[in-house]
Write a protein that binds this ligand. Structure first.
Ligand SMILES: Nc1ncnc2c1ncn2[C@@H]1O[C@H](COP(=O)(O)OP(=O)(O)OP(=O)(O)O)[C@@H](O)[C@H]1O
Ligand SMILES: [Mg+2]
Length: 224
């Protein structure tokens, strides 16, 4: 698959572990925030309907990828959806930041580790599949584009072999595998023409608006 010496694999895995959010930050900012999840934005602008639609898709179809260019708000929406669905999955909700992974062969191990499984070097994918096969859970795979083929392959196998596992992925490109429902995230519009919009609220439109779909992810375009 992706040949790598054991020493390099261990070093890469350690780097991944070091880059994952700490348990403290995963717990969120308050005692009521679900474990395993980054804190959601206190004020997510203009995405409530989108988040509701994606939540329904995740429950109904079981495998949704939120797709869009860098900085448009994919992770923000996915985290919001995950918080909204937390109770529906009885708290069985796992968030894996694949953006911190620099070796695609470690995708199964990264997921297994997030689920609390001890990672075996020989066949982490088999161990992962055996574990999730009879479980009901929501698995959030964030930033799949860094390891797209590996993430796509693992997501497809989990979707096919573990019927109660619902997958919510985010990626700058779709995974292009069986079962995947692609939800393309459009840029946010201009702030609504209402009085009383707070400065911070208006400012929060800037970042998601400021990246062009076709240009490089960091290219800024004029607002509205
Ligand atoms: N609806 C929103 N309201 C307010 N702020 C937002 C909203 N969406 C995104 N942001 C802010 O914009 C920034 C980028 O959002 P986010 O990380 O979700 O983008 P992304 O699409 O996941 O990017 P990447 O492709 O790099 O992973 C973050 O600082 C986030 O807080
Ligand atoms: Mg993201």
């Amino acid at each position: 698959m992706w040949p790598m010496s054991p020493a390099a694999a261990i070093a890469s895995w350690r780097r991944f572990g070091a880059q994952q959010p700490s348990f403290r930050s995963l717990r969120g900012s308050s005692e009521t925030d679900p474990p395993n999840l980054p804190t959601r934005l206190s004020r997510m602008v203009g995405r409530d309907e989108t988040a509701e639609a994606i939540s329904a898709q995740v429950l109904d179809r079981g495998f949704v990828t939120v797709v869009g260019p860098g900085g448009i708000g994919k992770t923000t929406v996915a985290v919001s959806v995950a918080h909204a669905l937390f109770a529906k999955f009885g708290g069985a909700l796992y968030f894996v930041d694949l953006g911190a992974l620099d070796d695609p062969s470690l995708v199964p191990s990264a997921i297994a580790s997030t689920l609390g499984l001890s990672v075996k070097a020989d066949s982490p994918i088999q161990a992962l599949l055996s574990f999730v096969r009879d479980q009901r859970m929501l698995l959030v795979l964030d930033s799949c584009e860094h390891v797209i083929e590996a993430a796509a392959s693992v997501a497809e196998r989990i979707f096919k072999e573990a019927s109660q596992v619902h997958i919510l992925a985010t990626s700058r490109e779709s995974l292009r595998v069986e079962g995947e429902q692609v939800h393309r995230l459009p840029p946010l519009g201009c702030p609504p023409d209402v009085t009383g919009l707070k400065a911070a609220e208006a400012m929060s439109f800037l970042r998601p608006c400021s990246y062009s779909w076709n240009a490089s992810p960091r290219a800024e375009i004029p607002l509205c």
